[in-house]
Each structure stands twice: as C-alpha cells, then as structure tokens.
Write a protein that binds this ligand. Structure first.
Ligand SMILES: Cc1cc2nc3c(=O)[nH]c(=O)nc-3n(C[C@H](O)[C@H](O)[C@H](O)COP(=O)(O)OP(=O)(O)OC[C@H]3O[C@@H](n4cnc5c(N)ncnc54)[C@H](O)[C@@H]3O)c2cc1C
Length: 330
C-alpha cells in the first residue's frame, strides 16, 4: 500500500478546518492551533454569567456549497437563523428600522460551535503555536515557541490572516508577494455585562458617525440564555486610527460614544472587557485566490483568498482541499 503523505495545517479557523475535512482521508493531517479553542475569529468569550461572540457576528450563505453546509448545520441544531429587530443609530438621530434581505445565521450556543463541530474526528493540537518552519530533507520540520519539534511534514499549509502567513511561511514560498498585497483593517470589541435586563428597542444596530460601528444584544441571539450583555464593535477606520492607543483609553472612548447615542438608556455595566482584533476585516476587492506552491510543498488559504467573510474562509479551505485531494491521491 502507498504510504500516505503527511500534512500540517496551521490554524483551526473556518478555512483550516474545512481544508482538513477535505483531505484527511487522503493524507495524515495534523492541525495546529495556538488558542485554547476552535474557530479563530468566530470567537466566544465567557465570563461569569455572560457570554460574548466578540468576533464574527453572523454569516450569510450565497454559494451553493456553503448553502449545502448551512442547511445540514441547521438540521443538526448547530446553527440557527437570526432575525433580530435591526436599526440604524446615529448620535443625533432617532433609531430607524432596517431590513435584512437574506438569511443571517449564528452558531449555537456560541459562534465557535460551528468549527468545533466540523473538527470532530480530526487530529487538532490546541494550544500549540507554530513558531518556525525549517527545511528538512524533502519536507518541513515544525517547531513551537519553546523550540520543541512538532513533527516533519511533506506539505505545510498556513490557514491564517495573510500578514500572519507572511510572518510564518519560509521565504522560498512563491505566494509571499501576493500575500503582501492583502490589507486588513483592525477592530476593537467592547463586551459589557449587566445585572439587570436591558430595555432596548433593538436586537442589533448599525452605528454611523461614531467610533462605534455595530451593537448586538447578546441574549437577543438564538440559543443564548445568558444574562443581559452587549457587544460593541468599533468602526474599522476608527480602530485603524487608534490601534496603538492604551486599551483603557480605547475602552473609555467607546463607552463615551455609547453614552452619546440617542435611544439607548443603560444601567451601569457590572462587567467590562475589551479585545483588539489586529486583523479583523480584509480591505479592498481584489483577492489572490488560494496559493499553492507544489514544488516547495507549501500553501496558504484563509478569508483573504476569496473575500472577507466566514463564507469566503470556508470556500478557500474547500477549493484548496479539492485541488490537493487530486494531488494526494495521484
Ligand atoms: C470583529 C470581527 C467581526 C466580524 N464579523 C463578521 C461577520 O459578521 N460576518 C462574517 O461573515 N465575517 C465576519 N468576520 C470575519 C470572519 O470572522 C473571518 O472572515 C473568518 O472567521 C476567517 O476565518 P479564517 O479561518 O480564514 O481565519 P481565522 O478565523 O483568523 O483562523 C486562523 C486561526 O489560526 C490560529 N493561529 C494564528 N497563528 C497561529 C500559529 N502561529 N500557530 C497556530 N495557530 C495559529 C488563530 O488562533 C486562528 O484560530 C468578522 C471578523 C472580526 C474579527
């Protein structure tokens, strides 16, 4: 019997796990993830009685491949359609109601549940940051931050935001210049937990002319039974301008901006937390596609390869997986 190739995938977000599912029967696949959990930017943070989806808020499904997956995930109870009362807010104006014209989904009970579910039966090493990739005979040797060896692989794939792919991938990777052309904007996530229930007239709000870009009421989302919570995302341009500001100053600016919004009357929060997403959203409209350097045994995928959303991360893993399946079989 022909010996299976060994493949290392770095990153257990939507792209990396979708890819691993595509090829795990044709190769010996190991996924490395630096965090304690799955999902990457489809993230959840829990504190006491509160739960916050502090990364991706929802996802839509426009391609037939992703629609197929979302239909099966709805049936399995892993995701649910989210139909909040959604409004636009501006500091000087009253809230006005908006409409969503396509289904929006959230994972249940938290956004990371989708990727965790998809990773069942895969070999995923959590809390393992790949720090170096060295040439070794015909393949690659991976090391963690402490210099410990993580194994030798025929093929290494970075399923990370493009700037992190550049940092980690060996200089001989032919995709480096295309990765360098991808730009991300940052975002701050402010998490507020309350002891009283909130009396708000909306489940989600798009905010204009403010350091805040988005507000979601946590327990207005399907499958969330936690106490009252609010998740705020900063405006991406505001985050760009204030990226290196000390976090307490960012927090205060966002709280001030919240107080400036009309139609929101809140009790004092019992819990406040802030997260900085350095690589939140892909900017621009030109995407390089997945990058495969067959000669070197290196590849990269992620949302940046096809767009800027959860569905694009899925498609990037799927398309690279379909290409590699043929190569690994042959
Ligand atoms: C604030 C915010 C809001 C968003 N809102 C939406 C939305 O509403 N709808 C939508 O469709 N999309 C949204 N997105 C975008 C969406 O989250 C991403 O497009 C998608 O999740 C990207 O998946 P990915 O697998 O490409 O990358 P990631 O999810 O970033 O996965 C990369 C993984 O690699 C891991 N990693 C990094 N370096 C290493 C290393 N050296 N070793 C091991 N592991 C490593 C990371 O921990 C991470 O788990 C949002 C993103 C953010 C940050």
């Amino acid at each position: 019997m022909k010996k299976q190739k060994t493949v290392a995938i770095i990153g257990a977000g939507m792209a990396g796990i979708t890819l691993a599912r595509q090829i795990h029967e044709q190769a010996r696949v190991t996924v490395f993830e630096k965090s304690r959990g799955y999902g990457g930017r489809m993230a959840v943070r829990r504190q006491d009685v509160w739960q916050f989806d502090h990364g991706a808020q929802f996802f839509t499904a426009r391609s037939s491949d992703f629609q197929l997956l979302t239909a099966s995930l709805v049936d399995a109870g892993i995701i649910a359609a989210w139909e909040p009362r959604i409004v636009s807010l501006q500091p000087a104006d009253k809230p006005y109601k908006r409409l969503w014209y396509e289904p929006h989904y959230v994972a249940v009970p938290g956004m990371s549940s989708v990727v965790k579910h998809l990773a069942t039966e895969l070999d995923v090493r959590l809390q393992t940051r790949v720090a170096a990739i060295h040439r070794f005979r015909q393949g690659w040797l991976l090391q963690d931050e402490a210099g410990q060896e993580l194994g030798q692989y025929d093929l290494v794939i970075a399923a990370l935001p493009a700037p992190q792919c550049i940092e980690l991938m060996p200089a001989e990777f032919s995709g480096q210049s295309q990765l360098a052309a991808v730009e991300y904007s940052p975002c701050f996530a402010l998490m507020l937990g309350f002891e009283q229930s909130l009396n708000l007239s909306f489940g989600a709000a798009i905010v204009k002319d403010s350091p805040i870009g988005w507000i979601a009421v946590g327990n207005a989302r399907p499958g969330r039974s936690d106490s009252s919570s609010l998740l705020l995302h900063s405006d991406n341009h505001w985050a760009e301008d204030n990226l290196e500001l000390p976090l307490p100053e960012v927090q205060q600016s966002l709280l001030n901006a919240l107080a400036d919004l009309r139609g929101i009357d809140l009790p004092a929060p019992a819990h406040i937390d802030l997260h900085r997403w350095r690589y939140a959203r892909v900017e621009g409209e030109s995407f390089p596609g997945v990058l495969l350097d067959e000669k070197q045994g290196l590849a990269a995928c992620g949302d940046w390869s096809h767009g800027k959303r959860v569905e694009d991360a899925f498609l990037s893993g799927l398309i690279l997986g379909q290409t590699l399946s043929d190569l690994l079989r042959g």
